[in-house]
Design a protein around this ligand. Structure first.
Ligand SMILES: CC(C)(COP(=O)(O)OP(=O)(O)OC[C@H]1O[C@@H](n2cnc3c(N)ncnc32)[C@H](O)[C@@H]1OP(=O)(O)O)[C@@H](O)C(=O)NCCC(=O)NCCS
Length: 149
């Protein structure tokens, strides 16, 4: 497989992004409503939203994406970038697409002046952690959350 081209998601990526998003939700056994998916896609295309999405394309076909949120924080004077979702189609894994998406974000961090790029994963997500360990050491923080419903 040729090296992927990484770029921002465009309106024409909607069908493929939705297919990949479905795969990602299934991977996490998550049943997200259409309302959430529609809103996420809408925000991805909205230049005024803090949500952004990059896709990985090989020979005109999109095989993976990363959804991110750029936000203010109290520990830095500059914004930081949270990579919320990362997904590569199963048949395209192991060819460096995941690494290329993260590498693109690392370059964007420098270009945009984000103080940090960070992300989380499940402790037992062995495949993802194998990739992540090449970029950084896990920092040992544990997530807690409360839900409205
Ligand atoms: C995690 C994920 C994004 C990695 O994408 P990818 O394009 O396979 O990533 P890369 O090819 O850059 O690196 C994958 C690592 O697994 C290895 N690998 C080898 N064969 C593989 C295969 N068939 N499938 C997956 N990974 C494979 C790669 O060699 C590489 O490790 P190494 O370079 O240390 O040897 C992808 O596996 C995925 O979408 N998983 C399901 C969703 C998920 O876990 N997302 C992250 C949530 S936080």
């Amino acid at each position: 497989m040729a090296a992927p081209t990484i770029r921002s998601a465009l309106p024409g990526d909607e069908t493929t992004w939705r297919q990949l998003w479905r795969g990602y939700c299934e991977f996490y056994d998550a049943q997200l409503s259409d309302e959430v998916t529609n809103r996420t896609w809408q925000r991805i295309l909205d230049p005024d939203s803090a949500v952004m999405c990059i896709v990985a394309e090989v020979d005109g076909q999109v095989y993976g994406f990363a959804n991110c949120v750029v936000h203010e924080n109290t520990w830095e004077t500059q914004p930081v970038c949270y990579m919320e979702d990362l997904y590569v189609a199963p048949a395209a894994r192991g060819h460096g697409i995941g690494a290329a998406l993260i590498e693109w974000l690392r370059n964007a961090m420098r270009a945009e002046g984000w103080a940090r790029l960070y992300w989380m994963t499940r402790e037992d997500n062995v495949q993802a952690r194998k990739l992540y360990d090449r970029f950084s050491k896990a920092d040992g923080f544990v997530r807690y959350q409360l839900r409205q419903r």
